[in-house]
Write a protein that binds this ligand. Structure first.
Ligand code: NAD
Length: 251
């Protein structure tokens, strides 16, 4: 019997695919945008920071566009997805990355703080998924990558709304995975650890014990997103991919 060929990952596993990344203008989102583009995808940068998003798309050249999108805005979502399909003919990959963080001891954690972080991190992710599913289903499939956090796996002092939102993203990912598997729409979550971005500038990263010995940079997480977006992960749905340098390995 001839040997079964060993599966290989092509150099550009996303050639011909179309991806939209929320919060893609800077930080982790910008690293995802660059990595997806390098993997062959056409990419739409969707962010409230429109100038930064437009500059990134211009830097990448063809196969890149930017749209102004506040992920809490239902009508904005419909327009962003429509613009993507119009520009590139479809939408195969959605990365729900836009996020904010806030913190306070529970007695001082205001309802406004709670509402803000749930609106962007959890409701924004829900709206994105709900808007793209009909497009992906009609095309016979797609991949949704929801950005949670290690704070979606464990508690974090004073991070009440953030932790709740990231556990919510993890749970939403699983309910969608169960519902959409037969439609070829895969839904997975990524759980970064401590990454050096605008969000973490006030954290003393050296004080955090990370088995790999350093905090992450955004590119450390981008490979996981490309993997989940591509056919290399064709049998993964509802999975939690933890990219934390071992931060939670001993928990
Ligand atoms: N930095 C970390 O250590 C870390 C760890 C785990 C998870 N995360 C998650 O990764 C994601 C990206 O975080 P980051 O560290 O790159 O932060 P960042 O602040 O550098 O980037 C966040 C991006 O989201 C955009 N954004 C915020 N609110 C938005 C909205 N309403 N609509 C559209 N865009 C909006 C911002 O403009 C920005 O471009 C977030 O979901 C965050 O929770 C970060």
């Amino acid at each position: 019997m001839p040997a079964r060929p060993v599966p290989t990952v092509p150099d550009r596993p996303l050639e011909g695919r179309v991806a939209l990344v929320t919060g893609g203008a800077r930080g982790l989102g910008a690293a995802y945008v660059r990595a997806l583009h390098a993997a062959g995808a056409a990419v739409v940068v969707a962010d409230v920071l429109h100038d930064e998003g437009a500059a990134l798309a211009a830097d990448l050249g063809d196969r890149a566009r930017s749209v102004r999108l506040d992920v809490t805005d239902e009508a904005g979502w419909a327009a962003a997805v429509e613009a993507t399909v119009e520009a590139f003919g479809g939408l195969d990959v959605l990365v729900n990355n836009a996020g904010i963080a806030n913190s306070a001891p529970i007695e001082h954690y205001s309802t406004a703080k709670w509402d803000a972080v749930i609106a962007v991190n959890l409701t924004g992710t829900f709206l994105g998924c709900r808007t793209v599913v009909p497009v992906m289903r009609a095309a016979g499939g797609g991949s949704i990558v929801n950005v949670s956090s290690v704070e979606g796996l464990r508690g974090g002092e004073r991070l009440h709304g953030y932790v709740a939102s990231k556990f919510g993203v993890r749970g939403l990912t699983k309910s969608l995975a169960v519902e959409l598997g037969r439609d070829g729409v895969r839904v997975n979550s990524v759980h970064p650890g401590l990454v050096r971005t605008e969000m973490t500038t006030r954290i003393d990263t050296d004080a955090v014990p990370i088995p790999i010995g350093r905090a992450a940079v955004p590119d450390d997480v981008a490979g996981a997103v490309v993997f989940l977006a591509s056919d290399a992960s064709a049998y993964l749905t509802g999975t939690e991919l933890v990219v934390d340098g071992g931060l939670t390995a001993g928990v």
